[in-house]
Design a protein around this ligand. Structure first.
Ligand code: GLU
Length: 496
């Protein structure tokens, strides 16, 4: 058996969509699980829409996901170049080869003529299909017109009335009749190849053994199979993945929310969560397991077990998965990811060791109850963004609030920094003094010290505030009032 070679072939016309990321992932899983080769090829022949910026962002997103490639535009390899725009000579030579064998021909039809044909077909309720007008031209005369400077595209002559069949690993047997396939342009008059032609030349020359891509390309495949035949290449295996849908079963698009890897990344989703989640779109590792490291998924991956039914992208499930991966992640890594948001909020003024250590010490309060890294900041905002006015307002809204906080301020005087134990002891003394217990005791304390109605356990929150209050200026964290200071300020306001 030939060694497995698969490829991911993005067009650099925008960000990497999660549907395409899943295609890349399934290719990667198959290559890594079988000791095969994963190729990255950039399909940039659409000069108007392709950009270097988009290519760079796709490469960056793939790297971030951990989907490394063995051959590609930057990595090189024995079958390069790996950018289609650098392979134009190859397409030209294969197109000429087809012409020399009578399997392709020059087409001089103008865009206007083609548009009229399309309209006529539409009006007659027929599928739009090239009429084949230029197929009848005498080759020598056509060649003369080209030599004298007339612009011409090259079309492939599709054999008449034949069934083209191929086996799709995901979808089974697929058959199309050539009666519905018009002669496709393979090379435009400006020398750029059409997708269907470039993809065949490239997949054949790059010795790709299995083409895994989105189902939107299934109707292209019969044209490609015919081109393989005409060029004398053996076709690869095909596997067309069902499209990734939104909850309403329409293809996942902007109106469903985030669609690109970059957006999920910016929103604090970890790469291991996204990769794990994407792997489950149409495939299951089995044994009731869902959360698996990528290498283990590669060992278990089996293309034949990929489902052909539509895969619905479930943001809640991704959030659930991310919550679990966040809990398991190395804290320093979460700090790296969260630091810019802490700085943007003004909670940290310099990315220095003191600030990092302090932020890291706050993580246990947040992780477990957030789905994304960017939510960590809001979860611990009470430490940095506390306001005496807001806290006093909330205390006043509680029946025994003012009484409890005045007592608390007395009990906390001189008690800095509070630990979990010294806080509990102080709360017990407030209880004895006021006769308030349970929610009547702890809710006023919570709103006074945090300025929020809900949040992490006070046992964790109180020592965290006081650790912050004790930080030196060099720690890069603006001054944080201690719990004692907070209680005192609120007591003054609610008494006054
Ligand atoms: N450039 C094509 C796309 O992004 C690749 C299709 C294929 O894999 O053949 O849709």
């Amino acid at each position: 058996m030939k060694p497995m070679r698969v490829r991911f072939a993005p067009s650099p016309t925008g960000h990497l969509h999660v549907g395409n990321a899943r295609t890349a992932l399934f290719n990667w899983l198959l290559a890594r699980g079988s000791g095969g080769t994963f190729i990255l090829r950039i399909e940039d022949t659409d000069a108007e829409r392709s950009t270097a910026v988009s290519e760079a962002s796709i490469l960056e997103d793939l790297r971030w996901l951990g989907l490394d490639w063995d051959e590609g535009p930057d990595a090189g390899g024995p079958h390069g170049p790996y950018r289609q725009s650098e392979r134009l000579q190859l397409y030209l030579s294969y197109a000429r080869d087809l012409m020399s064998r009578g399997l392709a021909y020059y087409c001089f039809c103008s865009p206007d003529q083609l548009e009229q044909e399309r309209k006529a077909a539409f009006a007659a309720n027929l599928p739009p299909k090239y009429s084949g007008r230029c197929r009848a031209l005498v080759p020598d005369e056509a060649q003369q017109r080209v030599t004298s400077g007339e612009a011409a595209a090259i079309r492939f002559a599709v054999p008449a009335d034949r069934d083209v069949a191929f086996h799709d690993i995901v979808r089974g047997e697929v058959t199309f009749s050539t009666a519905v396939i018009g002669d496709p342009v393979i090379l435009r008059s400006d020398g750029r190849p059409a997708y269907n032609f470039a993809v065949v030349v490239d997949d054949a020359l790059m010795e790709v053994t299995c083409v895994i891509r989105g189902e939107d390309h299934i109707s292209n495949t019969p044209r490609q199979v015919l081109l393989y035949e005409a060029l004398g290449f053996e076709p690869p295996q095909f596997a067309h993945l069902s499209l990734v849908m939104g909850p309403d079963h329409a293809p996942l698009s902007k109106r469903h929310g985030a669609t690109s890897v970059a957006e999920f990344r910016a929103g604090g989703v970890l790469p291991e969560s996204l990769v794990n989640y994407l792997a489950l779109l149409g495939w299951s590792p089995g044994e009731g397991q869902e959360m698996l490291p990528i290498d283990e998924m590669a060992r278990r991956f089996d293309l034949a077990k990929v489902s052909h039914s539509a895969a619905v992208f479930d943001t809640d499930k991704l959030a659930w998965m991310n919550r679990h991966y966040l809990k398991d992640a190395v804290p320093a890594r979460i700090v790296d990811m969260a630091m810019p948001a802490f700085q943007a909020a003004g909670y940290v003024t310099a990315d220095v060791a003191g600030a990092r250590d302090y932020v890291e010490s706050l993580l246990p309060m947040a992780l477990g109850s957030v789905d994304r890294v960017d939510e960590v900041v809001a979860r611990v905002a009470f430490v940095f963004g506390w306001s005496a006015d807001r806290a006093a307002e909330l205390v006043k809204a509680e029946a025994d609030g003012p009484r409890v906080i005045v007592a608390l301020a007395e009990e906390l005087a001189g008690q800095e920094p509070l630990t979990r134990e010294s806080f509990r002891a102080a709360a017990t003394r407030v209880k004895d003094k006021t006769g308030c217990k349970g929610r009547l005791l702890f809710h006023p304390i919570r709103v006074a010290l945090t300025g929020e109605e809900s949040g992490p356990e006070l046992d964790l929150a109180v020592p965290a505030i006081d650790r912050g209050a004790g930080l030196p200026t060099a720690a890069g964290v603006p001054p944080i009032p201690s719990c004692a200071a907070r209680a005192r300020a609120v007591a003054e306001k609610v008494q006054g």
